[in-house]
Ligand binder design. Structure first.
Ligand SMILES: [Zn+2]
Length: 341
């Protein structure tokens, strides 16, 4: 409860400061903000009453769930406005595993970048528009597929960000302040989508992506482009910080039927040998914290390869998706299949 209170107060104070800086502090907006936050506490209180009176447990289940929902929601406040673009394809067809950082080729504020993508005739959009003024504007919901990087492969996998410059070409500089805002935003995207570490490999296999790899363009420009390794390392420092503070369950071995079948879990162990013993007792498998199967490996691959050959796992992308969702290393299984055929 106190954690939520702290988040709400912090959000309100930063909101006031921001509005003050932008000289837009109006009592109407301030009041709406306060009313919304009072509502949150009323909802939490109602949830608590539901717990006590309906479930008759220790009175925390629904309340805790709702508090977590609001904390997650308050966390989203890194986005200060939404100016949605109609230019997207609807739901993306891939999990978010990439982040493509573009530059806006202009000294332009966040709301104006987002505004550029509002007309349908523009045929382009970005998820986040980070202006030269530091304001971050949501343009496309992350669950949809935006049109930013001239590539269906990349746009289906990536969250894309337009970044306002501090000077025009040929250097297209980006201020240190904006670079820090960008690092905050990329960290937030990684946290919410389970991307860890945030890699820059100089190629499409890494997390951070450049527009110039997909199209003949100078995006993201010489300066911002040179900062990609720095961005990745700063984001990873922050993500590592999280792990120590708030992720005590990482590194556990989970015993389940398949990775996606959470309900079948019989236990989670720090010690791999204990996990294996449990798995053997119940005829289950052991998965590491990334959902990769670690026991029993040899027999499983052999078994799976035979199942794949008999057609049980479908073909092509479907086969890859189903095997991966079940926690198997698609590449290893496919390698064994190729050996057998
Ligand atoms: Zn671009």
């Amino acid at each position: 409860m106190y954690t939520l209170l702290a988040f709400v107060i912090a959000d309100y104070i930063t909101g006031v400061l921001r509005a003050g800086v932008e000289r837009k502090l109006s009592s109407a907006i301030g009041f709406k903000g306060i009313a919304k936050k009072i509502m949150i506490f009323i909802v939490v209180r109602i949830a608590n009453l539901c717990d006590v009176n309906l479930i008759k447990g220790d009175g925390t289940m629904i309340r805790t769930a709702i508090i977590f929902f609001y904390i997650a929601n308050e966390g989203l406040s890194i986005v200060q406005a939404r100016i949605l673009s109609p230019n997207h394809s609807g739901r993306r067809n891939q999990k978010i595993t990439k982040i493509a950082i573009h530059h806006a080729t202009g000294v332009i504020n966040g709301r104006n970048i987002a505004g550029v993508f509002v007309p349908r005739s523009r045929r382009a959009s970005a998820y986040y528009n980070l202006g030269s003024d530091g304001v971050i504007v949501l343009g496309v919901d992350e669950s949809n597929r935006a049109w930013t990087t001239s590539s269906s492969w990349c746009d289906n996998r990536a969250v894309t960000i337009e970044v306002g410059n501090s000077t025009r070409g040929p250097q297209w500089l980006v201020s240190d302040y904006i670079l820090n805002r960008l690092i905050d935003l990329v960290t937030d995207i990684c946290r919410r989508n389970g991307i860890h570490p945030c890699t820059y490999t100089g190629g499409k296999d890494g997390v951070l992506q450049k527009h110039e790899w997909y199209k003949n363009t100078n995006c993201p420009g010489p300066y911002l482009g040179s900062k990609f390794p720095y961005i990745a390392s700063e984001v990873n420092k922050r993500l590592r910080g999280d792990k120590i503070v708030s992720n005590p369950t990482s590194g556990l071995y989970r015993v389940r039927k398949s990775w996606s079948d959470v309900k079948s879990q019989k236990g989670a162990f720090k010690n791999l040998e204990n996990a294996k013993r449990c798995a053997n007792r119940f005829g289950l498998k052991v998965f590491d914290s990334n959902g990769k199967i670690v026991h029993p490996v040899g027999k499983i691959i052999e078994e799976l390869a035979r199942e794949v050959i008999s057609g049980k796992w479908g073909n092509g992308e479907e086969r890859k998706r189903r095997l991966t969702n079940a926690g198997y290393e698609y590449k290893e299984v496919q390698r064994r299949v190729n050996q057998l055929l």
